[in-house]
Design a protein around this ligand. Structure first.
Ligand code: HEC
Ligand code: HEC
Length: 156
């Protein structure tokens, strides 16, 4: 009898032990997104950009940060719908630049700058990191949506 109740209690205690600000950015399951958008880099969380940013990016995939990431129309539409539906709400903040153009990079958003203000330019350029977009270099559990302080390790 006792063991039947132990696991939920343990889960509850674990949840309570997490800091209040621990946002989770796990990527909702989507086959097309995983297949097409996680081969060159990790699957970035849709929650981190505003719907307008995703629409702008998905409207110009042949010129995607110097890469050609074009898709057939059916896949492009399906992935756009997924990204827009799961896109950031209140917490993402505005993901447009000063002129109102949607930003295409999570790493250019005000929220990203604020969260990473302690990281110097030389650190971003380290061979072990290469780019701010390389989240997994420092956030070991990024693939699971965990960007918490406890799982950060900045490589030398
Ligand atoms: C052919 C390779 C390739 C494919 C496929 C690809 N990307 Fe990218 N993506 C890149 C490159 C290269 C960058 C720039 C990375 C950097 O600056 O380090 C990038 C950057 C990004 C960024 C910005 C990261 C930042 O700086 O915040 C987002 C968001 C993104 N991709 C989303 C997507 C989505 C959504 C798809 C699927 C529709 C996709 N990518 C498919 C190559 C690709
Ligand atoms: C050079 C290492 C490094 C890279 C690369 C990096 N981060 Fe971070 N990130 C950090 C550090 C350090 C913090 C700050 C931890 C603190 O002070 O709370 C942080 C904080 C965060 C936070 C806030 C976590 C919280 O609990 O408040 C988020 C979200 C985040 N990063 C997302 C990303 C994403 C998304 C990417 C890739 C697009 C990325 N990071 C790339 C090192 C990095």
């Amino acid at each position: 009898m006792h063991s039947r109740f132990a696991p939920p209690l343990f889960a509850l205690l674990t949840a309570l032990a997490l800091p209040v600000h621990a946002d989770n950015y796990s990527v909702p399951k989507n086959h097309a997104f995983e297949e097409e958008c996680a081969s060159c880099h990790m699957a970035y969380p849709p929650q981190m950009l505003h719907a307008d940013s995703w629409r702008a990016m998905m409207g110009n995939l042949s010129r995607h940060f110097g890469s050609d990431a074009s898709l057939d129309e059916k896949r492009r539409t399906a992935i756009t719908d997924f990204l827009v539906t799961q896109s950031g709400g209140r917490k993402t903040g505005d993901t447009r630049d000063a002129r109102g153009t949607p930003l295409l990079r999570i790493t250019e958003t005000a929220r990203f700058a604020k969260k990473h203000r302690e990281i110097g330019a030389a650190t971003w350029r380290r061979a072990s990191i290469k780019s701010p977009a390389n989240c997994t270099a420092c956030h070991a559990q990024a693939a699971a949506g965990d960007y918490n302080e406890r799982s950060i390790r900045i490589p030398k």
